[in-house]
Design a protein around this ligand. Structure first.
Ligand code: AHR
Length: 508
């Protein structure tokens, strides 16, 4: 008999706004992430708008992608933006030193990225080159993108086809500077970040919010150093208008990947995995909660008002690719959907501190939203979760107490059911419920304190096997279906969510 899960939903105690940027994406010049996945060129037989795939744009629009981080990743710290502007035929034919020395034609550069964002309706999060670049190169890029049209950088931009400045609300100051982005110690990078932060700004339009490189996984010492040494301007009073009380950084990042194996060198199978592979991956994804809580606790000591965001600007399920696949290309299975639902619930629950998260990576790389094969495209089970969860974007977080049994598999142990909730501007309550158990349904009862909703409906995503995958040319097995038997009376909700599923309940 499956053990019950009980929820106390505190709609009477609304929490913070869930930043839409928690549903952000990350795309890097890596494998088929940009070339083929987004950019096919104007002459391609694949339907495109100014070289950008229409099918991919339509899929991304549908899930309301709010922000995209580009051009990397490790690639960002070897990228020189000037190579990617001007007439296509004259652009530098580069090698991608970060990812296998493959050619990079630079056909997709700043203008193409901004055009792509415009077609989707998303905002840019541009990562500047700290590792092999300079403050001047980064500042020149900011000028090129944001300076008014009647300045030299603005005229250079206009000569390449875009007179009006672009809004660049998010700027990443390097990437993984503890590793591929420069092999720095936390102290060295804290000093470097301070230097970049003194110059990087938007020259028109909205403020450029700087995201400093934060920790990998559980490197709490890195977070401590960055908060202690890089969060603030010099404390001594200065006549410069530039110096202010506002933190130097808008956000501090965190990178965390889910494996099904034991570490970076043994990530576990991508397809054809067993229950151990399922449980190990979900157990690791569950750790996201503890990681955020512990990094946030350090941040709280320096920034009790939570002015600085924790930006989980790389997260996702990273398994071993199948032989012959392009770099970091992964098949997409039901396990990815459950990992996505679980991770997004954790971000929503930490919305007071987590105000940005970027799935790695949006197309054809690691935990993708969409996969392409030549002219074909499929949406992944992860895409369906982002589609179900888009109602949380910008909504008010509603706290939920969760009483649920543990799901135990070998050495892996984790709560069986994960939940987050929000109330949208129209007063509609949304409850996302993930059942991590591979074969036991979860009977759920919830007390909805402080709600006036009278009807409840639910849609659920599941599949026949834990490793059911999406396949080109076949029917999509992950399309969510309506759940029968959802009851609501006297603010008491009850339903049974299927095993291995992601469910969205709507109460209006
Ligand atoms: O997402 C793939 C790589 O993982 C990124 O380039 C890097 O930042 C991280 O190590």
């Amino acid at each position: 008999q499956p053990a019950p899960t009980t929820l106390l939903v505190h709609a009477d105690r609304p929490g913070p706004r869930i930043a839409p940027e928690i549903y952000g994406q990350f795309v890097e010049h890596l494998g088929r992430g940009v070339y083929e996945g987004i950019w096919v060129g104007e002459d391609s037989a694949i339907p495109n708008t100014r070289g950008i795939r229409r099918d991919v744009v339509a899929a991304l629009k549908q899930v309301k992608v709010p922000v995209i981080r580009w051009p990397g990743g490790c690639f960002a710290d070897s990228y020189h933006w000037r190579n990617g502007i001007g007439p296509a035929a004259k652009r530098a034919q580069e090698i991608n030193a970060s990812w296998g020395g493959k050619p990079d034609t630079n056909a997709f550069g700043t203008h193409e990225f901004m055009d792509f964002l415009g077609q989707i309706g998303a905002s840019p999060f541009v990562s500047v080159n700290v590792g092999s670049g300079s403050v001047q190169e980064a500042d020149d890029w900011m000028r090129y993108m944001t300076a008014p049209a009647d300045s030299d950088p603005g005229r250079a931009r206009a000569a390449n086809g875009h007179a009006a400045p672009w809004a660049v609300p998010f700027v990443g100051v390097g990437n993984e500077t503890w590793g591929c982005g420069g092999n720095m110690t936390a102290d060295t990078y804290a000093a470097s970040f301070r230097h970049y932060a003194a110059f990087l700004r938007s020259y028109s339009g909205p403020r450029a919010n700087l995201v400093a490189v934060g920790a990998d996984t559980d490197d709490y010492a890195w977070t401590e150093t960055m908060m202690a040494k890089a969060m603030k301007w010099r404390p001594d009073p200065s006549p410069l208008a530039l110096v202010s009380d506002a933190p130097l950084m808008w956000g501090l990042s965190l990178h965390f990947y889910t494996f099904a194996g034991n570490d970076w060198h043994d990530k576990g199978r991508n397809v054809g995995f067993d229950r151990t592979g399922w449980a190990k991956a979900l157990g690791r994804a569950t750790l996201t909660d503890e990681l955020i809580a512990r990094h946030s606790a350090i941040m709280d000591r320096y920034d009790p008002d939570k002015k600085v965001a924790l930006a989980v600007d790389e997260w996702g399920a990273w398994f071993a690719s199948e032989k012959g696949a392009s770099a970091l290309y992964l098949e997409s299975t039901l396990r990815d959907a459950v990992i996505a639902g679980l991770s997004l619930n954790i971000f929503n629950r930490h919305a007071d501190r987590v105000r940005m998260a970027n799935l790695a990576q949006m197309v054809n790389v690691i935990q993708s939203l969409v996969l392409t094969r030549g002219a074909e495209m499929v949406v992944t089970p992860t895409w369906h979760v982002f589609d179900l969860y888009k109602v949380h974007q910008g909504a008010t977080q509603i706290p939920v107490d969760v009483g649920t049994p543990d799901y135990v598999e070998g050495a892996s142990r984790m709560p069986q059911v994960s939940v987050s909730a929000s109330r949208d501007a129209g007063g509609v309550l949304h409850l996302s419920i993930v059942n991590l158990h591979p074969d036991q349904p979860a009977p759920v009862t919830a007390i909805l304190a402080g709600t006036t909703g009278r009807t409840a409906t639910a849609e659920t995503l599941t599949a026949g096997r834990i490793d059911t995958r999406i396949e080109f040319g076949k029917a999509d097995p992950f399309v969510p279906v309506r759940l029968d038997d959802v009851r609501l009376a006297d603010r008491q909700l009850s339903l049974t969510v299927p095993a291995r599923s992601v469910t969205m309940v709507t109460v209006r």
